[in-house]
Design a protein around this ligand. Structure first.
Ligand code: ATP
Length: 235
């Protein structure tokens, strides 16, 4: 579904992603784990066409999209839940969700789109006329997830969906991501919360300083001394 080859992304002279290659097979869930500043968000932005690629390539479903504009992503069935959610706080929950259908390709795929989202997140049905900015952090994350899912993407990319949320809400968010993956959606999950991300993934890539330092089945990374050393500070 997604093939990234030797990807380099620079900010001016500085390289933030330095030759990353990764594969996300159709129907799988893959975690991209790394600490603050490792380059996860830059990689996600490049995948979404929001940050120019210096070299290397990005393919989605065998189409080269490396230099295609962000607005082409819905056509390919790609949706993102960006870091920090990026809702329109003064707009209602309902209108924030409907933004996910702005692109005609997204509208074409979705039957009873709001019904689908409200089935996944019943709380949003009750709150649909509330201003998104007045919702709790967890509820806002549900809106961001709903906005991405309303277009029924084939590939869902999530950038740190657990960031800043209370532990009980983090549990809910990961449970929902697991359910979405269970329905056959391909998921790429960029996370600092390594344990939780790997628990629901098939495969994981560990990224540090813009490079992949480990790539393995998630079950192996979960028990790997190298990962525990790098991320949990264990000897
Ligand atoms: P975080 O969890 O903090 O979001 P991350 O793994 O997503 O971390 P990035 O945000 O991709 O990491 O940052 C990778 C590197 O690129 C960092 O060194 C960061 O300082 C740098 N960087 C990020 N955005 C910019 C920018 N707009 N201009 C210059 N450098 C940037």
């Amino acid at each position: 579904m997604l093939e990234v080859t030797d990807l380099v992304v620079n900010y001016g002279e500085a390289a933030a992603v330095r030759g990353v290659s990764m594969t996300v097979a159709e129907g799988s869930t893959v975690s991209l784990i790394g600490s603050n500043g490792a380059g996860k968000t830059t990689l996600v932005k490049a995948l979404m066409g929001l940050q120019p690629v210096t070299s290397g390539s990005i393919q989605v479903a065998d189409q080269d999209i490396t230099h295609r504009p962000a607005a082409d992503r819905p056509d390919l069935g790609v949706a993102v839940v960006p870091e920090g959610r990026r809702l329109f706080p003064a707009m209602t929950v309902r209108d924030n969700l409907l933004i996910g259908l702005h692109h005609p390709a997204a509208r074409g795929r979705a039957r009873d789109p709001l019904g689908f989202v409200f089935d996944l997140f019943p709380v949003l049905a009750k709150r649909q006329r509330q201003q998104a900015g007045t919702m709790s952090g967890g509820e806002q994350q549900m809106v961001a997830l709903g906005r991405a899912l309303i277009s029924r993407p084939r590939l869902l990319i999530l950038d740190e969906p657990s960031l800043g949320l209370a532990p009980v809400i983090v549990d809910q968010v990961f449970e929902i991501i697991g359910r979405i993956a269970g329905e056959g959606v391909t998921v790429l999950l960029a996370e600092q919360n390594m344990q939780r991300a790997l628990e629901l993934s098939d495969h994981g890539y560990v990224i540090a300083d813009g490079q992949v330092v480990m790539a393995a089945p998630a079950s192996e990374l979960l028990v790997s001394d190298g990962v525990r050393h790098a991320y949990l500070g264990e000897p």
